[in-house]
Design a protein around this ligand. Structure first.
Ligand code: HEM
Length: 285
């Protein structure tokens, strides 16, 4: 595994290393609480921000961040996570069905599964299921449905390079002239409309909920959108439609690649787990 270069710098120069004119790198875990802890005076730096996205990640507004976190924290506890299990089970079933129908009993390359791709399809569909109760359709199509994954990958690379220099973003991705030309259909830029994509799912769900009658079958496990819409009622000052949209967007941005990358970038524990699972399966046979 490649050793991150920052580790060498910290080993040589100590816990705090100045890596730019106005940038310090901290190499000690105690710093996390001092910098990120609630009520600390360190504002987030300005980062690249789209037109709609005031998110938990991008907003430097600490008061907004704190009140939004307070409103939604109960939905991210271990107890709340148990409530999402039926949605996870549903997605796992589709994952296994797709594997069975596509790869089981196939000889040669047709029987080979690209685990990195399929974990991505799984995690993106899972996050869709968890967030607004519907999969994005990656597993059913067996592909990067609507190019969402490749957009987010470009977005991540762009954000990590331009994030610390938001000034340049105005000339590139959020160049007003290019955005205007794009809206006129005269230019195809890199701005995939994730906002409208998620917004449509949000509006569809609100419309569906409105149509529901008291004697209709119960809906099953509540997803995050249900919870965020509840928070809009219980914490009206902290959560408006804009926050519901922003939170749903954040889930898609934050929750999918992280889940799929974890087993891929830490191969050893994953391989061990596979061995354990295989051993368990053999015990059951
Ligand atoms: C193994 C999987 C995951 C990893 C490694 C991971 C990693 C992280 C890290 C490092 C941060 C801090 C970012 C920063 O403030 O600079 C973060 C924040 C966050 N993550 Fe995750 N994450 C994972 C899964 C998820 C999932 C599944 C969701 C949503 C369903 C999620 C939602 C969030 C949100 C909303 C924040 C912002 C919290 C805040 O600023 O108040 N993450 N995550």
């Amino acid at each position: 595994m490649n050793r991150p270069p920052m580790l060498d710098l910290h080993e040589e120069y100590g816990d705090i290393v100045r890596i730019g004119p106005n940038t310090l790198s901290f190499g000690c875990p105690e710093a996390i609480k001092d910098i990120y802890g609630a009520g600390k005076a360190w504002d987030k730096a300005a980062v690249v921000r789209g037109r709609t996205a005031k998110t938990l990640f991008s907003s430097p507004d600490i008061a907004w961040h704190n009140s939004l976190r307070k409103a939604i924290n109960p939905y991210f506890t271990a107890t709340a996570a148990v409530g999402y299990e039926p949605l996870v089970d549903k997605t796992i079933n589709v994952f296994l069905e797709q594997w069975d129908s596509r790869f089981a009993d196939k000889e040669g390359p047709d029987g080979v599964i690209d685990l990195a791709d399929w974990l991505l399809y799984f995690s993106f569909d899972l996050i869709g299921e968890l967030t607004y109760g519907s999969r994005h359709g990656f597993m059913e199509s067996g592909s990067d449905h609507q190019g969402i994954i490749s957009f987010l990958q470009h977005f991540a690379v762009y954000g990590s390079i331009l994030g610390p220099s938001p000034f340049w973003d105005k000339f590139l991705r959020h160049n007003p002239m290019l955005l205007w030309l794009e809206r006129q259909g005269l230019y195809k830029g890199s701005t995939f409309s994730l906002g409208p994509f998620v917004g449509k799912r949000m509006r569809d769900r609100i419309a569906q909920d409105k149509k529901r009658k008291p004697d209709d079958e119960p809906k099953g496990a509540e997803d995050l959108l249900d919870k965020f819409l509840k928070a809009r009622v219980t914490h009206p000052k902290a959560v408006s439609d804009q926050e519901v949209l922003s939170l749903s967007l954040t889930m898609v941005l934050a929750g999918a690649e992280t889940i799929s990358a974890s087993p891929i970038i830490t191969p050893d524990p994953f391989v061990n787990r596979i061995e354990e699972l295989t051993a368990d399966a053999l015990l059951w046979v």
